[in-house]
Design a protein around this ligand. Sequence first.
Ligand code: FAD
Length: 355
Amino acid sequence: MKEFDYIIIGGGCAGLSLAYELEIHNKLDNKTLAIIEPRPEYKKDKTWSFWRVAPHNFNDCVKKNWQNFSINVPNKTKHLTCSTFPYQSIDSGLFYEKITNKLKKNKNVDFYKNINEISLENSFIFDSVPSIKTDNNNLWQHFCGVEIETKNNFFDDEIINLMDFDCDQRDSVHFFYTLPYAKNKALVETTWLSKMNDNSQKDYDGQIKDYIKKHLKLKDYKITYKEEGAIPLFYPSYTNSLNKINIGIAGGMTRLSTGYTFLNIQEHSKYIRKNIENINSTKIFEINKKYQFLDKIFLRVLEKNPEKMPNIFFKMFNGSSKTVIKFLSNKSNFLEDLSIILKMPKWIFIKALFK
Ligand SMILES: Cc1cc2nc3c(=O)[nH]c(=O)nc-3n(C[C@H](O)[C@H](O)[C@H](O)COP(=O)(O)OP(=O)(O)OC[C@H]3O[C@@H](n4cnc5c(N)ncnc54)[C@H](O)[C@@H]3O)c2cc1C
């Protein structure tokens, strides 16, 4: 069976981002790479959005940039700006197309559907397939979004609604997220932060329909695209091995308090590319420990006090939006961390700390 220098298991966001990063820096000119990806074809299946706090390779896959966002709790709305770090949405369809077209041109890169088709000996493996036990004790961010189109202009396409908590909470944490791509086109997403021990929150279609009708007060629209997913708000189990690194969600690249993963994946890819010649002895890349610690406490508070979370998120955005964005995107300094921590209700966070 054919042997390769590198094997990437899972040609999704992390696998393809890494392959692309290696390719454009000529790291695959004299090295062979196999990408194992079972999907029959690449098509748009996700929209990756984030505040652009760091450069990435996919500016040409950006659907839209925004410099304004809002947060709602019942009877209160906060309007914020993010001109320093615009909020961006990447179309996964364009991303897959760009990368696969580039990789096809390199004869050192091969795609396979199944790992059994190649030899694993003498290869360095990058694994993006997480081993996640679906037990009932972990928190997930689970969601469903639809892209809708209206005949007439309806949306203000200059401002996104990042979190609208003015909706049925069902003893959990629930918000709607609206990204207006144009005046007549938007992604409307229902998002839950909860344990997924039953299906009682998964009547997503009804939730979205209701929200569009009652909150947006929109009657005439058509659905042009739908996406559904769940992001683990815990780190998948990880087995250290000399010839393997986990990447993507499997490699702990999700910021647990927010679910944001895309930009962390890009930073991880750059780190691997810079160290590829000594990858066996390179330190494992991880999200800064201070965020891991703070997110753990935040999620304990969320688990114990779901009813308080809308106001906690709302309060977090008091003051400078730039500071909060930096904090939520792993770019804040000590004083910025402190300013966020001081906005949190003290007693429930202290209790969570000593749990
Ligand atoms: C619908 C959705 C929307 C999201 N939106 C955002 C967002 O807006 N912003 C953000 O920062 N993050 C977002 N995320 C979180 C995260 O960025 C994405 O999940 C991202 O795709 C994670 O990349 P990954 O490579 O770890 O996983 P994936 O992109 O899922 O890639 C894993 C790949 O492994 C393949 N695979 C599965 N089983 C096997 C196997 N046995 N062998 C080989 N390959 C296998 C899969 O087909 C897949 O292509 C979103 C997640 C989802 C699901």
